[in-house]
Design a protein around this ligand. Structure first.
Ligand code: PLP
Length: 400
């Protein structure tokens, strides 16, 4: 169906543009069409789609690109599967753990991933152990208590604390312990980090974020080189029905075509803003692995091509001051989510599910592709609101 550049030595940047296109035949469209159908004419051919909860050609075009970007070549038994959301993809992977099995997960990570694990633990489905993922020794020690079928769940850099896990070391330790490793690669994107290439068994994405890139789609993906895992998550998607709409898949693929351009711009701007924010008197801490003083800097340098486009800052004056900064921005949009072309700012502890290790005054900044000087100017004017906001917060006893 698709004119896959199978086996080619094209770079990820080229694959983002060139893979997942229809066959190059005279008068063929250059883009995979949106195939809006709930069923397919019956066929006895092997691989026939049959019904649209099982397969859809528009998903397949996107899946081909994601598999190649994550270095899970379909010719080698690997592949990607598109899901209705990032959480649907995460849940498809976690559901592979046997009843009563153990999931080792970060003590701080995307709050709903942790919420899912809490839910599954509370209902007796599985056990979990939370570990600080940047502490390699702690994760390796936790792995000594695992049994086959258990899972090491990693997110790196973590949301929103930007902690960096030693992916090669942790994947190797998990393999030695006989358990699979899944990595949420949403923050880095496959252009910045390829977990499968350093030993992970499964990668998940909230496609909603950088891959789709325009804050107009909710979608997820699982990518793996392991045919057994691929078959299991495909079956899960089919029986649970957590499928994306074809139009969402088409929008996501359209977004992927410019992933490299967006990531290049946004992570350069994120690093520049992080460097400037360090010196701002209203900012008590900047978290971004690009900073030489960041605890994850050296590790990120060794395993990432860049440092990602999300940074977090802590604002002098506590939660009220941080909230005031968020509300004082004019260009940065105060909204949850990340990875779109537009820059977003959010005080994360406003979410009840956010882990308590995340400081009350932490603002997460998702840097978009606007002019960096405009982004900086807007942050500066918003930070000017801090002294009054801090005083108001103290008056109301809102400081931590
Ligand atoms: N993983 C990470 C790191 C996220 O930030 C998010 C959403 O913010 C998700 C997974 C969940 O993705 P979705 O909202 O597409 O279900």
């Amino acid at each position: 169906m698709h004119d896959s550049p199978a086996g080619s030595a094209w770079s990820p940047e080229t694959l983002a543009v060139a893979a997942g296109r229809p066959q190059r035949t005279p008068d063929a469209p250059v883009n995979a069409p949106v195939e809006l159908t709930s069923t397919f004419v019956a066929s006895t051919e092997p691989g026939a789609r049959g019904y649209a909860r099982f397969a859809n050609p528009t998903w397949e075009a996107l899946e081909e690109v994601l598999a190649l970007l994550e270095d899970a070549h379909p010719a080698g038994g690997g592949g990607a599967r598109a899901f209705a959301s990032g959480m649907a993809a995460i849940s498809a992977v976690v559901e592979q753990v046997p009843v009563g099995g153990l999931v080792i997960a970060p003590s701080s990570a995307y709050n709903t991933t942790l919420g899912l694990l809490d839910h599954l633990e509370a209902t007796g489905r599985l056990r979990q152990l939370r570990v600080p993922v940047a502490d390699t020794g702690a994760v390796v020690a936790a792995l000594s208590g695992t049994a086959p079928g258990d899972l090491l769940w990693l997110e790196s850099p973590t949301n929103p604390m930007l902690e960096v896990a030693d992916l090669p070391a942790l994947c190797a330790a998990a393999r030695e312990a006989g358990v699979r490793t899944a990595v949420d690669n949403t923050f880095a994107t496959p252009l910045v980090q390829q977990p499968l290439a350093v030993g992970a068994d499964v990668v998940v994405h909230s496609v909603t974020k950088y891959l789709a890139g325009h804050s107009d789609v909710v979608m997820g993906a699982v990518v793996t080189r392991d045919p057994e895992v691929l078959a299991a998550v495909t079956k899960h998607r089919t029986v649970v029905g957590a499928i994306p709409g074809p139009f969402e898949a088409w929008l996501a693929l359209r977004g992927v075509r410019t992933l490299h351009l967006r990531v290049e711009r946004s992570q350069a701007s994120a690093a520049e803003l992080a460097r400037r924010l360090v010196d701002h008197p209203a900012v008590t801490r900047v978290r971004h692995p690009s900073l030489p003083t960041d605890p994850g800097h050296e590790r990120a340098r060794s395993q990432m091509r860049g440092f990602g486009s999300v940074l977090s800052i802590e604002v002098r004056g506590g939660a009220a001051a941080a909230q005031a900064v968020q509300e004082a921005t004019r260009l940065w949009l105060p909204a949850t989510s990340l990875g779109g072309v537009e820059s977003l700012i959010e005080r994360r502890r406003r979410h009840p599910l956010e882990p308590v290790v995340v400081p009350e005054e932490l603002l997460r900044l998702s840097v978009g592709v606007e002019d960096v000087e405009d982004l900086w100017a807007d942050l500066l004017q918003a930070l000017d609101a801090v002294p009054s906001a801090a005083a108001a917060g103290e008056d109301r006893g809102e400081q931590r």
